[in-house]
Ligand binder design. Structure first.
Ligand SMILES: NC(=O)c1ccc[n+]([C@@H]2O[C@H](COP(=O)([O-])OP(=O)(O)OC[C@H]3O[C@@H](n4cnc5c(N)ncnc54)[C@H](OP(=O)(O)O)[C@@H]3O)[C@@H](O)[C@H]2O)c1
Length: 328
């Protein structure tokens, strides 16, 4: 087990990278080694801004770089799989932005490659790694609100329709489900497991044909149910509610939580508060660094099989809505 910090290469120079880099320095166990962009100029600007010693004008150069152990892939969804395969085939560990892949076939191919190459692969479902999420999950799994019978989770906001935006472009994997619907979906699978019995969706379309809003009901073995919604045209608080046989948990802004409330059926009310640390993107890098240090090839908090199963459910919901991406 090496105590050297994990050397991270960032791939892409878009919106999420800018946000993540504001938090990157808050974590421990890893360092920023390189930034790669399709444009050398953008890579150099980003490297200067974020303090990376190396800048590459192509993703291939990052794959070949001996001073990078792990690549953080932050490009639009359709490129996650091909780029992750390229990086893993070059021996790099990978954190890949959510959704891990455009569809189940791609997610499976990524996991197969990680296993074959013996490298670490993790979907960047950053919500998982917050102290507040970990505490909430441990309370739920420890029986603090009895048996979990239902999960309700919504992630929705109001985004003006813009055909030029990645979020609405079918060629870039646009649509509410893959962009933000995966958060409520994965909040449900984190608590109820990913062996989903059935998923039925209802969808409203954006003018470009992708889902503007997608709501779904899920049924799990044993009888638990979930209702989830991801929306780009419906302004609402993004809440998670966990309904147990002996109480419930309410977590506001559950996709980057700093607090939640546990209410018992007996009337007790417990407030849990955590120190906010800007947006909290560093937790996922700390988790990856810990896993790699301990020789793990997947994070127990974000298992490969769950990423594949969630892709499968998204495929099914998209099939029901008739949403097919170019090339699928
Ligand atoms: N965790 C979160 O909270 C969160 C939030 C937002 C987005 N995301 C995820 O992060 C990923 C990127 O989202 P984003 O909003 O950062 O996207 P974005 O700004 O549109 O693009 C990200 C970068 O991808 C690179 N890229 C490579 N091939 C591209 C292509 N053919 N077209 C456009 N860009 C291409 C570009 O960097 P270069 O040209 O410099 O190489 C671009 O700057 C998505 O999968 C999204 O789901 C996660």
């Amino acid at each position: 087990m090496s105590n050297e910090p994990l050397r991270v290469g960032v791939l892409g120079s878009g919106r999420i990278v800018r946000r993540v880099m504001k938090d990157f320095h808050r974590g421990q166990g890893y360092v920023l080694s390189a930034v790669a962009s399709r444009s050398l100029e953008r890579a150099q600007t980003a490297a200067r801004e974020y303090g990376a010693p190396l800048a590459f004008g192509s993703y291939e150069e990052l794959a070949a770089c001996k001073e990078v152990d792990l690549v953080y892939i932050a490009v639009p969804h359709p490129f996650h799989c091909p780029i992750a395969l390229q990086m893993m085939n070059a021996g790099k560990h990978v954190i890949c932005e959510k959704p891990m892949a455009l569809n189940e076939g791609q997610a499976q191919a990524m996991v197969d490659c990680a296993r074959e190459k013996g490298v670490f692969l993790m979907e960047a479902m950053w919500t998982r790694f917050f102290p507040a999420t970990k505490k909430m999950v441990s309370l739920v799994k420890g029986g603090a609100i009895g048996q979990i019978n239902h999960v309700y989770a919504v992630f929705s906001g109001a985004a003006a329709y813009d055909p030029a935006s990645r979020a609405f472009d079918p060629a870039l994997g646009g649509g509410a489900l893959l962009d933000i619907g995966v958060y409520p979906l994965m909040a449900a699978t984190q608590l109820l497991g990913w062996d989903i019995e059935s998923a039925q969706g209802a969808c409203q379309y954006a003018p470009s044909g992708v889902d503007m809003r997608l709501a779904a009901q899920l049924k799990f073995p044993g009888g638990a149910t979930a209702q989830i919604m991801g929306g780009m045209d419906a302004c609402a608080p993004s809440h998670l509610l966990v309904y147990g046989s002996e109480g419930y948990i309410l977590m506001e802004d559950f996709w980057h939580p700093t607090a939640f409330t546990l209410c018992g059926a007996d009337g007790r009310r417990e407030e849990y508060r955590f120190r906010p640390e800007n947006e909290g993107f560093h937790y996922e890098f700390e988790e990856a660094a810990r896993c790699v240090r301990e020789g793990l090839r997947e994070s127990p908090l974000m298992p490969h099989e769950e990423s594949i199963a969630v892709s499968r459910v998204c495929d099914s919901l998209r099939r029901q809505a008739g949403i097919v991406y170019p090339g699928e």
